[in-house]
Write a protein of this length. Sequence first.
Length: 108
Amino acid sequence: MTARLLPFLDDSIKPAPPTLVTITVDGIPTSGVAGQSLAGVILAGGTLGFRRTSALGRPRGVFCGIGVCFDCLVEVNGLRDVRACQRRASDGDVVTLQHDGLPSGDAT
Ligand code: FES
């Protein structure tokens, strides 16, 4: 899958040339264009599951795409619980997919 479905030179809107950004997703370099959300870049890189549910370990990814469901939580540059669909990708972002287990319940 590419970041752009329409070849740049064939786009009748004639947008400015795209600026490429490169992020890493779990250590794997992934390219996109400036202005794309992190979710868009991660999806274009072929990753569908951004996190796993705590109880059953089921994969979750982009569901609503508008910041409501929180299924797209990832860690970005060391900051946890970032909604990938709501943050624009910046060159050099380091994204780590989140797979947290249930809390132990040992609140000491
Ligand atoms: S996909 Fe629903 S909050 Fe990001």
